[in-house]
Write a new protein. Structure first.
Length: 168
């Protein structure tokens, strides 16, 4: 995955529209499916919890399928990019201890993973206005830069590939 610049206002506007749209579609689908099931299979005791639950589950599956089909639409480009970035950062976070240990030993791939993680986190936090821990991130970046210099490496987040994580 390559880091790409994102227009923050466009991303936030599209994310909000996607959230609201998903909530409305899920509510409408759930109600419609539940009501259809209740009409087709009425319960003599009046308890329709299972039909309502099935309506919500079916609505969520339909919504998920629709989003999956629309994920390449230009309107969702920024939202999908951030979602994929979060997934990639999660994969790195799950292996962070081993990656950091390997980086201290001079492993170039580990340092590349950390470089990508720091650059991606910085971008993500700026998009979400989560700047509270930016100073901590800057300190980690300085530490990584010094480590790379000590081992004679030049790190570029664009050189990162998720296959680098397979070793850790």
């Amino acid at each position: 995955m390559k880091l790409t610049p994102i227009d923050k206002t466009r991303y936030r506007r599209h994310l909000n529209l996607v959230f609201v749209g998903c909530a409305l579609v899920l509510a409408a689908l759930s109600l419609a499916i539940s009501q259809l099931l209740i009409r087709v299979f009425p319960s003599p005791d009046g308890g329709h919890f299972h039909w309502n639950l099935l309506g919500v589950v079916a609505g969520a599956l339909i919504l998920g399928g629709g989003l999956s089909r629309l994920r390449h639409h230009p309107f969702l480009a920024e939202v999908v990019y951030v979602w994929e970035l979060k997934q990639q950062l999660n994969k790195i976070s799950r292996k962070l201890r081993r990656i950091e240990a390997a980086a201290r030993q001079g492993d170039r791939n580990a340092m590349l993973a950390l470089q990508f993680s720091y650059a991606g986190s910085r971008q993500l936090w700026q998009l979400d206005d989560n700047t509270i821990v930016m100073d901590e991130l800057a300190a980690k970046q300085v530490e990584l830069d010094q480590l790379a210099e000590r081992h004679g490496l030049v790190l570029n987040a664009d050189d990162y590939d998720q296959r680098l994580l397979e070793r850790f």
